[in-house]
Ligand binder design. Structure first.
Ligand SMILES: [Zn+2]
Length: 399
């Protein structure tokens, strides 16, 4: 099962780079090579050592990435495409550039690659300079972004939102995660929280407590955990969201009422966010999104009922990539790193200088030599022209 998939990414597409996407979640870490066309190789997983602290987490990710790259190397070696000398420590790139993208739980400063805040699921995770640490450990460029943002990026580049100019992607599972996609990338927000509608106050959630400690938030009623809390409040029975959905399928009235209320709260919350953002497409993913028709139809009915007529027909789609979306999106973020020319500091100013060759005319200012002191300045005009000619030739090819 894994072999053909690995072959698809390792052999089917000969990419210029080998890019690994990693989905670092609360219970497991999953990673795979991802081809330029979004094809995912064999997905390898390990349990998340969430309680053991950031060092253990980073070590687990490092080992997994090496494992994914080495596994691919072995596959390639079998086909004669790559020299396999020491099975365990093959050169990471095998002659090609390598980049790694991490979609991680928590609020992430993507520019710095640092975890800004996190829940207790990952002990000590907040403040961890993930990108820098993994870059040191692996010796390759590393991109880090929030896991739901990675999920949304995957769907935007290669999934159900591909081709859309903008999208709101909402993952309804254990929690409620969301991200805003604009022009093919994820909107970060000034505080790295753009789109996080789980903490939106919504009607129906009054009296229900959210994971953030506040009351009345969307996640407190619309997430899997929220669904279970709502059912417990209505029946005093403690069941999991999966059990409640199954009960609802079998016609249990209380379970159906719970699913309906939970999904309706999500639909109303979505209507509010869609009204503000006016995205081209609305995407639902996660375990609840595949929980069945009662949930989906309740979300959709509440959404469309609350939207003004002009917005009411917004396309509502199920995510196409499933659990691989975050891996694909994380890899895309890493590929974006490779696309950026490394000597960025020197390049930006120079593009503007080529036009400046017009500056040579400035020698025309010497006419002013009517003033005696200026004759000494003319020598300097000779220096400006020399610098622009040197850089322009290299620039056009770069851009
Ligand atoms: Zn909250």
């Amino acid at each position: 099962m894994g072999e053909p998939a690995g072959a698809a990414a390792g052999q089917g597409t000969v990419d210029a780079a080998r890019v690994v996407g990693v989905d670092l979640g609360g219970t497991k870490i999953a990673a795979a090579l991802v081809a330029e066309d979004g094809t995912c190789g064999e997905v390898r997983t390990v349990p998340t050592p969430g309680a053991e602290g950031p060092e253990a987490l980073l070590a687990a990710v490092t080992d997994l990435v090496r494992d994914v790259l080495a596994g691919d190397g072995r596959l390639a070696a079998v086909r004669g495409g790559e020299r396999a000398t020491s099975g365990d420590r093959l050169p990471l790139g095998g002659g090609r550039s390598v980049a790694v993208g991490i979609g991680a739980a928590g609020a992430i400063d993507r520019d710095q690659g640092v975890v800004v805040s996190s829940t207790d699921t990952l002990a000590g995770w907040a403040g961890t300079p993930v990108a820098a640490r993994l870059r040191d450990a692996l010796g390759v460029p590393v991109a880090v972004l929030n896991d739901v943002d990675a999920h949304a990026l995957g769907e935007a580049r290669h999934g159900a939102a591909a081709g859309a100019g903008s999208a709101l992607v909402v993952a309804a599972g254990t929690g409620i995660g969301a991200a805003v996609v604009l022009d093919g990338d994820v909107l970060p927000g000034a505080h790295h929280m753009a789109g996080e509608m789980g903490h939106l106050p919504v009607p129906g959630a009054e009296g229900l407590f959210c994971a953030c400690g506040r009351e009345g938030h969307l996640e407190a009623i619309a997430s899997g955990v929220g669904l279970a809390h709502l059912y417990a409040a209505l029946t005093t029975d403690a069941l999991t969201s999966r059990e409640i959905v199954a009960l609802a399928d079998r016609g249990d009235a209380a379970a159906q009422e719970t699913v309906r209320r939970s999904a309706t709260a999500l639909g109303r919350g979505l209507a509010g966010v869609v009204t503000v953002l006016d995205p081209e497409v609305l995407l639902l993913t996660g375990g609840l999104a595949e929980a069945g028709d009662l949930w989906w139809s309740s979300v959709e009915a509440a959404l469309r009922a609350d939207l003004v007529d002009h917005l009411a027909d917004i396309p509502l789609r199920l995510g196409a990539l499933g659990p691989r979306a975050a891996i694909v999106g994380a890899a895309e973020a890493a590929r974006d790193l490779l696309a950026v020319p490394m000597p960025t500091p020197s390049t930006p100013p120079t593009p503007s200088t080529p036009p400046t060759p017009s500056t040579p005319p400035t020698p025309s200012t010497p006419p002013t030599p009517s003033t005696p002191p200026t004759p000494s300045t003319p020598p300097t005009p000779s220096t400006p022209p020399t610098t622009p000619p040197a850089t322009p030739p290299s620039l056009p090819p770069a851009t």
